[in-house]
Write a protein that binds this ligand. Sequence first.
Ligand SMILES: [Zn+2]
Ligand SMILES: [Zn+2]
Length: 356
Amino acid sequence: MRALCLLVVLAGCSEPASDPVEVAPRAGEAPSDPDPGGPELEPRTAARTRGAPPATGPEAGPSAARSPRVVLLGTGTPIPDPDRSGPALALTHGDTVVLVDAGPGVVRRAIGAGLAPEALRHVFLTHLHSDHTVGLPDLMFTPWVVGRVEPLHVYGPPGTAAMVEHLRAAWVHDQRVRTAGLEGSAPLTVVAHEVRPGEAATVVGPFRIEPFAAAHGSWEHAYGYRIDTDAGIVVVSGDTGPTDAVASACDGCALLIHEAYATARFETLPAAMRRYHGAFHTSAREVGRVATRGRAQQVVLTHHLLWGATPADVVAEVRESFGGPVAFGEDLAVYPVGPAASPQAQGERGSQPSTR
Ligand SMILES: [Zn+2]
Ligand SMILES: [Zn+2]
């Protein structure tokens, strides 16, 4: 991996040259899960929805998780839906938090999920489409303003380093005032790491993270990520057309988080839209085939494009070829990582109540 120690404001870069990204597992992160009942299929709702105080306790949200879990921070698309934040999710285990993508609203959703701002220190970008990165300056600056002193590590495809540098430059006056003025802020440090498939995996606490090449239309570099945890593998498709790369990365994964559009409605779209979405994205029907080939234990749909279809319609399209549990992701839904529960416990998916 080429680690680009990019950005240090008013201070020298303190990142070691040898392996700046590996964080040793913490002694307190026991692999055992105190939560009873093992894996579950119904997602929990993360700590906080509108107007509610932050929840506490082991069942409340990812900040309390002693076993790995995924919380969806944003399940939206470029469409500015007030109920769906921009694409982002968090993997958490104990005190370790790894984010994938930084869509608009990422920091506020993370706080809503019960995550501490100073824990937001590692983000992996699938690609540099604006809907997945408009929240990056938020992630760089907001936790820093409220007290994060450790570096933010930003991992992503080629172009990530330049994006980080441009964002730093865009707020140069903010940094000067906050560090030199009465606020007395510590210097902002953000370290960009441009990663490529096939290179050494990145280890962050208990997670081992590897990019793989997705098939996102004309994007030269678009990734999915495979994240190994001690309870199973999580695969995040990122934005992609149907590709065997996702199935290969999954290979029996505990949780496949895949983008999806409504297959039947797609057929009704104008030709230009069909050309675009057919090249850049994956139909729910195709998600089912990918999940089956990859022997996924559970599928969670995100980055949905419905065009008037319902969540149940889309889930049904996945289930045409995939026999396992399928969830229609909602913002702040939490999924423990682990083997799928018995089919008897699954119930019907796809019409789960909103978390809002
Ligand atoms: Zn997108
Ligand atoms: Zn995209």
